[in-house]
Design a protein around this ligand. Structure first.
Ligand code: SF4
Length: 466
C-alpha cells in the first residue's frame, strides 16, 4: 500500500464462480480465470494461508466475497481461521444458499452477513441478471424469509444495494424498514474496465439520479438503520481487496491493478504494489463499530433454579460469543470431591458454616477476574459482578423433575430438586442476606420450561444485542 497507513478492513474475493448473472457485476474476474487461475479459486490450503497472512499483517475485519462465497466448500474453514486469528468476519452473499445448516454451523465464526438486494421487482431483477443463472429471481417473501433467518441466528445484518438504470426509480423503503439492517450500503453502479465494460453501459446512472434515489430513502435513518452511500468516486481506491488468485488489487484507475501473489512474494511486498487511500476509506464510512459484539458486556452471568439447564445454556452462549465458560457449580463440585463429599452434603456444610461459602465465592471471583470475556454460571453473579449482565432461568417443578429423571446425574435425583432449591436460598440468605430468586436482581428472567437450550441461548443473545 503505497499511499498511507493500513486500511483495517479487507475484502477477500475468494471465489470467482457465482450462481447469478448480474450484468453490472464488477467482480466477474474473467480476466483472472483466463490468465492465471482457470478454476477461479485457489486450493483450500492456499486460501487458508492467505487468510492467516492477512490477519497476521494487521487487518481487523475480513469480508469474504466472490463471486458467491457460499458456493465455496471451504468457506467455513476460512471463517474459522479468520476468527481464530481474532478478525471480525463478514460475507457478502446473494442469499440463495443461506440454509439453516449454514447459519447454524457458522454462527461461532461469522459476525456479519451482507445480503445483496437491488430490487423487489421480478422484471427488474430479471433485466439486470440478479437471478439464479439469470432466470430465477428471489421473490419479496423469500428475501423477507432470508432476513428473518439471518436475524434469528443473531448475525449482524447489512444490506447492499447497487443502484442502476433499471432500479433507480424504485422505492425500497418498505423492505428496508421491514428488514431494519444495521447498515444499508447503497452503491452507484460502478463501471470497471475488464470486468463489466461489455454490459454496464445500459446500467450507468448519473450522480443526479443517484442523489434522487438516496433522497427518497433518507428518512429510513430515523428507524435506526445507518445508510452508507457510495458513489463511483468514493468507491475507487478506498477498498483493500484480494482477488481469487490471492493477490491484492485496487481499482483506483477504473480497472483492476493486481499485485504479485501474497503467498509468492510476501504480503509486505504485494501490498506495496497497489494503491489504497485510507483517507477515502474513512471518508466513505469504512470505520464503524463492526465488532458486532462490542456492545456486549465482558461478563454475562446466568442464575436459575435446579435443572433449568443453566450449564448447557452457558456453554452454548460462550461458544456462540467465543467467550470463556466458567461455572461456580463445577468449581464447588471439585472442592466437594476433594473433601469426599457429595454436592448436597457440601451445600449443607456451607449452610452450617457461612464462612466456608464465602471462601468458595472469593476464590471463584478471583478466578473470574483473570478472564476478560466470560459467560458465568453463577447464582450470585448479580451481587458480585455488578458490571455484568444477569439472567435468571426459572422452570416448573414438573419439567425440572422430567429433566433430572432423564439426566440420571450422580448423587442428584429429581427428589432432590426442592431440597436443593431451598438449600441454595437458605445458603445465600445465611451468608449474604440475599434472596437470589428475586427478579429485581436480573436484567431478564426467562421461563425455560417449554424452551430448548438453543432457544434460551438465542433469546439471551437477542436480548443482549438489542
Ligand atoms: S451475485 Fe454478486 S458476484 Fe454474483 S453476479 Fe451478482 S453481483 Fe456478481
Amino acid at each position: 500500500m503505497k499511499n498511507s497507513k493500513l486500511i483495517p478492513a479487507v475484502n477477500y474475493h475468494l471465489w470467482e464462480p457465482c450462481n447469478m448473472r448480474c450484468k453490472f457485476c464488477f467482480a466477474t474476474f474473467q480476466d483472472v480465470k483466463n490468465s492465471i487461475l482457470p478454476k477461479g479459486h485457489l486450493p483450500e490450503k492456499d486460501a487458508i494461508e492467505v487468510v492467516k497472512e492477512l490477519a497476521k499483517f494487521g487487518f481487523e475485519k475480513i469480508t469474504f466475497a466472490g463471486g458467491e462465497p457460499t458456493l465455496c466448500p471451504w468457506l467455513s474453514k476460512l471463517l474459522r481461521t479468520a476468527k481464530d486469528y481474532g478478525l471480525t468476519t463478514m460475507i457478502v452473499t446473494n442469499g440463495t444458499r443461506l440454509t439453516d445448516q449454514f447459519l447454524e454451523e457458522n454462527q461461532p465464526y461469522l459476525d456479519w452477513i451482507a445480503l445483496s438486494v437491488d430490487s423487489l421487482k421480478e422484471e427488474t431483477n430479471k433485466a439486470s441478471g440478479r437471478a439464479i443463472v439469470g432466470k430465477r429471481v428471489i421473490e419479496v417473501n423469500q428475501y423477507k424469509e432470508i432476513v428473518e433467518k439471518i436475524k434469528s441466528y443473531n448475525y449482524g445484518l447489512k444490506i447492499n444495494t447497487v443502484v442502476h438504470a433499471k432500479n433507480v426509480h424504485e422505492d425500497l423503503s418498505d423492505f428496508i424498514a421491514y428488514a431494519k439492517p444495521i447498515r444499508w450500503k447503497v452503491f452507484q453502479v460502478l463501471p470497471i474496465e475488464g470486468q463489466n465494460d461489455e454490459k454496464v453501459d445500459a446500467f450507468k446512472i448519473s450522480q443526479e439520479k443517484f442523489d434522487q434515489f438516496n433522497a427518497k430513502h433518507k428518512s429510513l435513518e430515523d428507524l435506526g438503520t445507518k445508510i452508507v452511500i457510495e458513489n463511483n468516486e468514493s468507491m475507487q481506491g478506498s477498498y483493500a481487496m484480494v482477488d481469487p488468485a490471492g493477490r491484492f488489487y485496487d481499482n483506483e484507475k477504473g480497472k483492476h491493478n493486481y499485485s504479485d501473489p501474497i503467498l509468492e512474494v510476501g504480503i509486505e511486498t504485494s501490498i506495496q504494489q497497489v494503491n489504497y487511500f485510507t483517507e477515502k476509506f474513512i471518508k466513505r464510512g469504512g470505520i464503524y463499530d463492526w465488532k458486532n459484539n462490542s456492545n456486549l458486556p465482558n461478563k454475562i452471568t446466568l442464575s436459575g433454579e435446579v435443572a433449568s439447564g443453566k450449564s448447557t445454556v452457558v456453554n452454548l452462549l460462550a461458544k456462540k460469543l467465543v467467550y470463556q465458560f466458567l461455572s461456580i457449580g463445577n468449581f464447588t463440585r471439585e472442592i466437594a470431591e476433594k473433601k469426599n463429599m457429595s454436592i448436597v452434603e457440601f451445600q449443607e456444610e456451607c449452610k452450617k458454616n457461612p464462612e466456608l461459602n464465602k471462601k468458595v465465592d472469593n476464590e471463584f471471583l478471583e478466578h473470574c477476574k483473570t478472564i476478560k470475556n466470560a459467560v458465568i454460571d453463577y447464582r450470585l453473579g448479580f451481587h458480585f459482578l455488578p458490571d455484568a449482565k444477569h439472567f435468571f432461568l426459572k422452570i416448573t417443578m414438573k419439567e425440572a423433575s422430567n429433566r433430572l429423571r432423564k439426566a440420571q446425574r450422580k448423587n442428584e435425583s429429581y427428589k432432590t430438586i426442592e431440597v436443593r432449591n431451598e438449600l441454595f436460598k437458605d445458603q445465600f440468605l445465611n451468608s449474604y442476606g440475599l434472596n437470589y430468586t428475586n427478579p429485581d436482581y436480573y436484567d431478564n428472567t426467562i421461563d425455560v420450561s417449554n424452551l430448548t437450550a438453543e432457544e434460551v441461548t438465542n433469546h439471551i443473545l437477542s436480548n443482549l444485542r438489542n
